[in-house]
Write a protein that binds this ligand. Structure first.
Ligand SMILES: Cc1ncc(COP(=O)(O)O)c(C=O)c1O
Length: 441
């Protein structure tokens, strides 16, 4: 097949860029989520019929004339320019995630932290405030608590599950509310619809980190989240072979609102795509935290199996939690699928009776926890979650070590706490490994 030329080439590129927005793909939203994981946002590529989005390992993209690249820079024509800004392989992953999160458009980033920092730095600047649930991932906590204040953006941390606490913290300077769907590692479950109601009443934008629940359990945009972010390094990827992040704009926020003043210039130019335009042509472009096309390829293919993986993660974690909660060697087992969990009701309503892969154990003392971790043969001690393998970590001495004692309490971190990301190995093998190691304590 001859290569596409001139106008035809431009319209093919344009189609790829806006793939996530086409009528055809929007109508795919009727499909079951498991089917969308596999087919969402991508059809076999037209030139070769490749069933996977090809890896465009190209730093920049050539133009046939000075005028045509000028047109792209001036925004009069669509086109790829430089892979720090965009690339067809990244577009394919963005289109899939846009569909999976019921969004308007997406931007992939180098990591989950890049997705969160790019989002906040696009919407807030010196003198502005954000509000965040207090029981969030340690890295995000550190960004909000230690790094952003250096640039004049301050955070009010509130009890994550209390909608009224968010309301009390809102001031004229508030630019967004940030919340995680399953607090990591406290495993608390904020009622997103209730927090979205508070946010909407005050015209505040709601950003939800859906990393730990994934679109398999729940799509935050359907309950009022305006922006959904992910560390795609976890369940989306699945095999723990690449770091990545994504920002999905649900299309629900009115960018002309006074609280979005940082991007009003883009609203005039890009209308409903103001937030995406502001990130792509300013903050993301300038900070440079872009994803490599190879990693985008790993994410796009990884997410295809998310349905069966999540089903097995949920089944295994539920079985482990029920078994461990009845075991006298463990002081406390926390899992949102146990009726004893304070947020069991919210989790059941929000996630439709599936509760994810994360559980925590309290083993009495730090020493007993270390003995347990060191005694495991198959579960791996490491700082990650959402891999197909069972993973364990002692948060107080690792991912939450920078937090003060008081902050650790807010995060649900005690010296004897072990976080488990239950994998999809055969349940009997995970149990046997834990059983042997608990006996060594
Ligand atoms: C809930 C949550 N959000 C964000 C991140 C940061 O993601 P990344 O490691 O891809 O930067 C993590 C990492 O563990 C996380 O657990």
């Amino acid at each position: 097949m001859p290569a596409l030329e001139g106008k035809e080439r431009h319209s093919a590129i344009r189609d790829l860029i806006i793939a996530g927005l086409s009528e055809e793909i929007m109508s795919d939203k009727e499909l079951h989520i498991e089917t969308q994981f596999i087919h969402g946002g991508y059809e076999p590529e037209k030139t070769t019929g490749a069933t996977q989005a090809p890896i465009f390992a190209s730093t920049a993209f050539a133009y046939e004339s000075a005028e045509s690249i000028e047109n792209v820079f001036a925004g009069r024509e669509f086109g790829y320019v430089y892979s720090r800004l965009s690339n067809p392989t990244l577009t394919a992953f963005e289109a899939r995630m846009t569909q999976l999160e019921n969004g308007l458009a997406s931007l992939v980033c180098a990591s989950g932290m890049a997705a969160i920092s790019t989002t906040v730095m696009t919407l807030a600047g010196a003198g502005d405030e954000i509000i965040s649930g207090a029981s969030i991932f340690g890295g995000t906590y550190s960004l909000f608590d230690r790094t952003l204040p250096r640039y004049g953006i301050t955070t009010k941390f509130v009890e994550a599950t209390d909608p009224e606490a968010y309301r009390q913290a809102i001031t004229d300077k508030t630019r967004l509310i940030f919340v995680e769907t399953i607090g990591n590692p406290r495993l608390d479950v904020p009622a997103i619809a209730d927090i979205a109601k508070v946010a909407r009443e005050h015209g505040v934008l709601l950003v939800v980190d859906n990393t730990t629940s994934t679109p398999y359990l729940f799509r935050p945009a359907t309950l009022g989240a305006d922006i959904v972010v992910h560390s795609t390094s976890k369940f989306i990827n699945g095999s723990a072979n690449a770091i990545g992040g994504i920002i999905v704009d649900a299309g629900s926020y009115d960018w002309s609102h006074a609280r979005a003043e940082r991007i009003h210039d883009y609203q005039k130019r890009a209308g409903k795509f103001a937030f995406m335009a502001a990130m792509r042509s300013q903050i993301h472009r300038d900070l440079g935290a872009c994803l490599s096309p190879f990693n985008a390829f790993l994410m796009t293919t990884g997410v295809e199996t998310l349905g069966v993986r999540m089903q097995q993660h949920c089944e295994n974690a539920q079985a482990m939690a029920e078994w461990l909660s009845a075991d006298s060697r463990v002081e406390e087992t926390r899992y949102i699928g146990l009726e004893s969990h304070p947020d069991y009701g919210v989790a059941t309503r929000q996630f439709g009776g599936r509760y994810g892969a994360l559980l925590t154990l309290r083993l009495g003392t730090r020493e007993r926890s270390f003995t347990f971790l060191n005694g495991l043969k198959r579960a791996q001690i490491l700082a990650n979650l959402g891999d197909v393998k069972t993973l364990v970590i002692h948060p107080a001495s690792t991912i939450c070590r920078e937090a003060t004692k008081e902050q650790q309490i807010q995060m649900g971190v005690t010296p004897d706490l072990v976080r488990v990301s239950v994998g999809i190995e055969h349940i009997d093998d995970i149990k046997a490994d834990f059983d042997d190691s608990l006996n060594k304590m």
